[in-house]
Design a protein around this ligand. Structure first.
Ligand SMILES: Nc1nc2c(ncn2[C@@H]2O[C@H](COP(=O)(O)OP(=O)(O)OP(=O)(O)O)[C@@H](O)[C@H]2O)c(=O)[nH]1
Ligand SMILES: [Mg+2]
Length: 421
């Protein structure tokens, strides 16, 4: 047998072993949304750590936790993304819902308006993300804090919710009453999540890792010879990343030239460690949050400097654009309009030269509408500052500034990239 043949066989064997090990653990990404104070973080803390606090500390942006459980002879790793419930965080949902397999919308049984909020949060989610087959992300509607009412009122409340969601998309969501405080019915929610159909993960395409955070893990004063390279934290949306591989990060270092033009310098490095919050890995697959240890100068990764970048195999990443053309879909009303005058809650069209915030991958960037065309004036060219690495067909979300807050006004698909760098 030739040397090449035996090498190919051993690669095939390794691939099939990988597949077995990968398939052994089902990764389930769940996002938790709903009104501020409804008990999202309390639910997570109760299930993951079996703790509860009466002291209310509102979540800022989002928190990630996970727990691995065995259910019907299968192992499930449930990755929970607890999204801050305050109105002004609603526009960030796009950054967190990618690849979500299920959703929990939380309502507070004592606050009737939290139910309307839960339904609006889910609408916002559906407008930003679907399952790969185009269907909406399955949802569970939770009524939390049922310890605060008696059994009869709880039943009555359940019936009211069913009547409220009848005829809406939410009517198919199971309604589960719980008490995060008294650990009531939490397991029922988790078992429901384990029964969600497992989406197909793509292990074949070149890897695409979205950087959500980046760090310098060295303590101040560490001797140069003991310095560890920079670390990028984020999520792998497709493909497999392996220890020891050379990777490219795009856009790398962005700076400005003498005429104010953007200059992008690509970054290449080798993966020296891969880890989840509780394990070191030899390879990483889509799902969950992963830390990728690199050989690059930790200064480049400090203070989230790489946030919003894409990491993958050299030469296999999308282009970097300073403008993109998007087909836009605008919502009819603003989401989370509590602080907005009702008469002005209508989302008007995007105007020429208007500055919006665009969410691409995990980054929000300022953008100006520089060309508007199409029969419905929905084909819009945006100039971007700074440039981004975007994929044709990728979904982006737009927010408009109202008062002091950015409000989600719609989403769109990237039709083509404009100028590249
Ligand atoms: N009585 C009772 N109180 C609860 C329960 N769950 C949560 N709380 C209380 O409700 C308050 C808000 O809980 P959080 O879990 O922080 O709410 P949240 O939805 O994460 O809020 P944001 O992070 O602002 O979006 C806290 O004071 C909790 O102690 C429950 O089951 N029963
Ligand atoms: Mg919270």
């Amino acid at each position: 047998m030739s040397k090449n043949n035996s090498t190919n066989k051993s690669i095939d064997k390794e691939k099939s072993n990988d597949k077995k090990r990968i398939n052994n653990i089902a990764q389930i990404k769940i996002i938790i949304i709903g009104k501020t104070g409804s008990g999202k973080t309390s639910f997570v803390n109760r299930w993951v750590n079996n703790t509860f606090s009466e002291i209310y500390k509102s979540t800022i942006i989002s928190e990630y936790s996970s727990k691995t459980i065995k259910y019907k002879n299968n192992i499930y790793k449930i990755n929970l993304w607890d999204i801050a419930g305050q109105d002004h965080f609603a526009s960030l949902i796009k950054a967190f819902c990618k690849d979500a397999k299920g959703c929990i919308t939380m309502s507070d049984i004592m606050v009737p308006s939290s139910l309307t909020d839960a339904v609006n949060w889910k609408k916002n989610l559906d407008e930003n993300q679907t399952l790969p087959d185009g269907s909406n992300i399955p949802n569970i509607l939770i009524q939390n804090k049922i310890d605060l009412i008696n059994e009869e009122s709880a039943k009555e409340n359940y019936n009211q919710i069913k009547a409220f969601v009848k005829g809406t998309k939410a009517s198919k969501s199971p309604v589960i009453p719980i008490s995060a405080q008294y650990n009531f019915n939490i397991e029922a929610v988790i078992y429901y999540l384990c029964n969600l159909p497992i989406p197909k993960r793509d292990f074949i395409s070149p890897p695409r890792f979205v950087v959500i955070r980046s760090f310098d893990i060295n303590h101040p004063g560490t001797e140069p010879e003991n310095l560890e390279g920079g670390v990028a934290g984020g999520t792998l949306t497709r493909g497999i990343l392996r220890l020891g591989e050379v990777v490219e990060i795009k856009p790398g270092i962005i700076s400005k030239g003498q005429k104010g033009e953007h200059i992008v310098q690509p970054l290449y490095s080798r993966i020296v460690s891969l880890r989840t919050e509780d394990n070191y890995l030899i390879y990483a697959v889509p799902g969950g949050l992963i830390g990728v240890g690199l050989k690059i100068d930790p200064f480049l990764t400090s203070k989230d400097k790489l946030k919003g970048r894409i990491l993958g195999h050299p030469g296999k990443l999308p282009d970097i654009y300073i403008s993109i053309v998007v087909k836009a879909h605008l919502m009819s009303r603003y989401v989370g309009t509590k602080s907005v005058d009702k008469s002005s809650s209508h989302v008007g069209e995007i105007k020429y030269k208007e500055v919006l915030l665009i969410n691409v991958g995990s980054i929000s960037i300022a953008s100006t509408a520089v060309e508007i065309s199409g029969e419905n004036r929905d084909i819009i060219k945006f100039s971007l500052t700074p440039p981004v690495c975007a994929e044709i067909g990728e979904t982006v979300a737009f927010s408009r500034k109202l008062g002091h807050c950015w409000r989600l006004i719609g989403w769109g698909k990237v039709l083509e990239g404009g100028e590249t760098i």
